[in-house]
Design a binder for this molecule. Structure first.
Ligand SMILES: [Zn+2]
Ligand SMILES: [Zn+2]
Length: 906
């Protein structure tokens, strides 16, 4: 089979179709091979895979393909994390409704429809990147099977007192109208004011305490004042009572070591709740809880005339009133770090309400232990999680006041206050649809829980779900924990943390052996990709012109864990590299007919091979594994090839995907630029001698070995390219077996010899090209003078230098050449000589032309009195000088990389 002239990216689609039809990525659950199970991230089905996904999926795919090629039984599933607010918002937008306009279940149905459509789009996008997913193992978190698992986890943890319902302060997004977990709070800088306010003493209204606060709108919920006990300024104040301005209730002053003395005035008002520290202080000093802010983010009825105002409006009004009544001393500008909702960026409030929690504190020690047992790449990412664990102050709030999510399988009895949790065998269940239970008090009319589960409750059991937890316990027990979790560094505190918690709570085991953390993709301008910046590049924009493999090469050429800036020029480089390798493979294939390929492949098992010489079969020893390859140039590339296999294998074991850069260099420079050029003369040799035939076969064998090995090394990175070319080269089991290192062929000496040939050839080829000569133009005679250092090496590669450069006679000489610059030609100035010497001019011309060295020097310098008259430099148009060696004119070429070596070309 011949290769097409041009590398055509459109073939990728056909290859992808073939892979899907043949299900070549199916997990076999094969007892004979070690399992390798990947806990693939389930993306949110937005309908669009972005470039960050493309990066992460390429990383995972490289790992999956590499492991498969190394005899692992790989389970590479794809999941979809369906539930959540963005879909609700999108549905409202598409249908022009709000979720309260229609029935809860109708609304959910619309969400499911949209999600199904989006998943279908994203499946295609994943396939279009050549990701080797086993689609038989797909999971969808909104499916009844998955909801059953999410709810089972809830019920089991409730039984173990690891899930509880309680009235606690929670982070609340007023816009999303739901509680969110601490891990979902982001921090943003905001400009604000620090308001210095007078709190008068209860005992003496003429004296006051100066308090600095950025949130005067919370005055109604002020329940105490704290000062640092070490603060000398306030020694006498502790224990006293002050009046809250505008609201006039009295609060006490408490000592607290956590008060920063140099912030504001060193006096802090405690409100329920301004921020996280307020919660700590309320607990520590046993303070009352006053709810000043409602779920809508408005001020509550305890705020008197401010009730119903938004926090922003109330803040303005209260500052005005403080000013008017003489309570406001001054306002200082303040750079503030405020918590915002991770989804909609609205500043969060801390409010108190009945919510469901996971008892995180109970599990932290075990979670920390598991975190340390897991191998992290890059390792420093582990500290992020350990620090998070260390700072963990709150339990995980898992109830959300949304619709499109896993229902919390719980009912309440309004008669006796009982909380009824569904039985495991009745799951999945939506309590708002049915209730198979009766309260122990006899009440059949139970009230369903309308809150739903945090979506992280779904996605935190992915490694358990893919190993069939609760549906196939034999399989689960055999295959859990799984081998790998790949994920982004932005969700270490959420997805990684929650998965470990759930795994510890439900299985007592770590969820995975290893976790590999990827970075984010930035735009070409170095900023996060965003529509408003206009720096977004979609994966399909890249694949339509450059193909999936070029995109994958860009992704591979990065460091795991680091953020990766996108660069078109790198995609372009990858594409040009593939074209270069395509052309080289095509050239090689033209010199490797199918019969020769068969002979080479068979020779791997036979100790002898047959070649036809002079019409007869000649049996020669098998040159495989370069035992009998004796050409120094072949040995050179085979040594470099095996070194490459060794390095790439090690790098891939350690997730150093940018090792592909070494493969690219090898192909581009060693193979294409040099090796192929250095063996052409052997491939083209039509001589019918045993020596020529063997030499040609060895070149073919080496070329075949190098190309097919590189195709395998590249299969994890550029699977389409390797598949297409691999088929033409008849590679068996391309995606199922890795390359073995032949340690015997790694030899520094062989590499040095090959480098000598390469450097010499490169230097003399450059000479030819500077002279405008065709590269195969014959050179009559070349002498290479060299020192002892390279002499022996050059002797070994005489044939290759001669053959490649088409040199008729090549001499290697140990020593320095004797070279001298001499005059080679004198051109008389005819236009001066003619008019001056008239009838003698011909003789004068000859005289000048043939002047000896001494004479011409005189003519040029002071002038020379000849028989025809005075001759000066004006009579000479030009004097050409040349390099002479042994009386002959020669040219010289300095040879790169060799010490004091010079080629003399005649
Ligand atoms: Zn929000
Ligand atoms: Zn009851």
């Amino acid at each position: 089979m011949e290769m097409n002239k041009e590398y055509d990216i459109n073939i990728e689609k056909e290859i992808q179709k073939k892979w899907l039809e043949q299900k070549i990525y199916k997990f076999d659950d094969d007892e004979k091979r070690p399992p390798y199970i990947i806990d693939t991230p389930p993306p949110y089905p937005t309908g669009r895979m972005h470039l960050g996904h493309a990066l992460n999926w390429t990383y995972m795919d490289i790992i999956a393909r590499f492991k498969r090629m190394n005899n692992y039984d790989v389970l590479f599933p794809q999941g979809w994390d369906c539930h959540g607010l963005p879909t609700e918002v999108k549905v409202e937008e598409i249908h022009g409704i709000t979720k309260t306009d229609i029935d809860r279940h109708e609304f959910r149905k619309l969400c499911i429809e949209l999600t199904d459509e989006n998943i279908e789009k994203m499946r295609e996008q994943i396939n279009s990147l050549g990701i080797s997913i086993d689609w038989d193992r797909e999971y969808i978190t909104m499916s009844p099977e998955y909801v059953k698992k999410s709810q089972t986890a809830f019920v089991k943890m409730h039984k173990d007192n690891l899930v509880y319902r309680g009235k606690h302060p929670v982070n609340w997004c007023p816009r999303c109208q739901t509680a969110i977990a601490f891990a979902e709070v982001e921090y943003k800088d905001r400009k604000s004011y620090l308001n210095h306010i007078k709190f008068t003493y209860a005992e003496d209204e003429n004296k006051y305490l100066e308090i600095a606060t950025s949130r005067p709108e919370l005055l109604a919920a002020c329940v105490g004042i704290v000062v640092n006990p070490e603060d000398k300024r306030y020694e006498d104040v502790v224990g006293k009572t002050v009046k809250v301005p505008l609201f006039n209730h009295e609060v006490k002053v408490y000592p607290d070591k956590d008060v920063e003395m140099d912030f504001g005035t060193g006096v802090v008002m405690v409100c329920t709740f301004g921020d996280k520290t307020d919660v700590v202080w309320v607990n520590r000093h046993n303070l009352e809880v006053k709810e000043a802010i409602t779920e809508k983010g408005e001020l509550s009825e305890i705020c008197g005339k401010y009730a119903g105002m938004t926090t922003e409006d109330a803040k303005k009004q209260i500052i005005n009133d403080l000013k008017e009544e003489g309570y406001l001393i001054k306002q200082d500008p303040l750079e503030q770090n405020v918590g915002v909702c991770w989804r909609c960026k609205t500043p969060i409030e801390i409010i108190v309400g009945d919510q469901w929690f996971v008892n995180v504190k109970e599990l932290l020690d075990m979670v920390e232990k598991a975190t340390n047992e897991i191998k992290w790449t890059p390792e420093h990412m582990k500290t992020r999680l350990l620090q998070w664990i260390k700072d963990m102050g709150w339990d995980w709030c898992i109830s959300r006041q949304r619709l499109f999510a896993t229902p919390i399988p719980v009912w309440y009895c309004k008669d006796c206050g009982e909380v009824i949790v569904a039985k495991e065998e009745d799951l999945p269940i939506d309590p708002t649809k049915e209730c198979p239970y009766t309260c122990k008090c006899g009440n059949k009319n139970l009230t369903p829980e309308t809150d739903v589960l945090d979506t992280w409750m779904d996605s935190s059991i992915t490694p358990m779900a893919i190993t069939e937890w609760e549906t196939n316990n034999e399989f689960f027990n055999k295959r859990y924990p799984v081998q790998l979790r790949p994920q982004g560094h932005d969700i270490i505190r959420t997805w990684a943390f929650y998965t470990i918690i759930k795994s510890i709570a439900l299985t007592d085991k770590k969820p995975w052996d290893e976790i590999v953390i990827n970075g984010m993709v930035f735009g070409e301008d170095g900023h996060k990709m965003s529509k408003s910046r206009g720096n977004v590049v979609e994966p399909f924009e890249i694949t339509k012109d450059y193909g999936a493999d070029a995109l994958r090469l860009w992704a591979s050429n990065s460091t795991i864990g680091n953020d990766v800036p996108f660069a078109w020029k790198e995609v372009d480089y990858g594409y040009r590299f593939l074209r270069k390798f395509w052309n080289a493979s095509r050239f090689a294939k033209m010199n490797l007919d199918d019969e020769t390929i068969e002979t080479i492949k068979n020779s791997i098992n036979d100790s002898k091979i047959k070649l036809i010489v002079g019409g007869n079969d000649v049996e020669i020893s098998n040159p495989c594994n370069c035992v009998n390859v004796d050409n120094p140039v072949d040995l050179w590339i085979l040594s470099k090839l095996n070194r490459l296999i060794e390095n790439v294998s090690n790098d891939l074991e350690n997730y150093k995907f940018n090792t592909v850069g070494d493969i690219e260099k090898f192909v581009w420079h060693d193979l294409c630029d040099n090796y192929i050029e250095m063996v052409k003369y052997r491939l083209y040799n039509k001589e019918d001698s045993e020596k020529a035939k063997i030499s040609k076969f060895n070149a073919q064998y080496t070329l075949y070995t190098v190309i097919t090995t590189v195709l395998k090394l590249m299969a994890p990175f550029t699977p389409h390219f390797s598949d297409i070319v691999g088929e033409i080269y008849k590679i068996d089991d391309l995606h199922g077996s890795w390359c073995k290192v032949d340690k015997n062929s790694i030899s520094q000496e062989n590499e040095n010899d090959g480098e000598i040939a390469k450097n010499t050839i490169v230097s003399i080829r450059r000479y030819k090209s500077n002279k405008g000569m065709p590269l195969n133009a014959p050179l009559e005679r070349v002498e290479i003078y060299t020192n002892n250092h390279d002499y022996e090496g050059l002797l070994k590669v005489v044939e290759d230098i001669k053959g490649t450069l088409n040199i008729n006679e090549l001499k290697i000489i140990n020593g320095k050449p004797e070279l001298e610059h001499k005059i080679s030609e004198i051109i008389p100035n005819k236009s001066k000589i003619g008019p001056e010497f008239k009838k003698d001019s011909k003789k004068v011309m000859d005289f000048v032309k043939n002047a000896d060295n001494e004479t011409i020097e005189k003519i040029l310098k002071d002038g020379f009195e000849s028989e025809f008259g005075l001759l000066t430099k004006e009579h000479v148009k030009d004097v050409k000088r040349a390099l002479f060696s042994g009386g002959e004119i020669v040219e010289t070429v300095n040879i790169d990389g060799l010490i004091d070596s010079i080629a003399i070309i005649q």
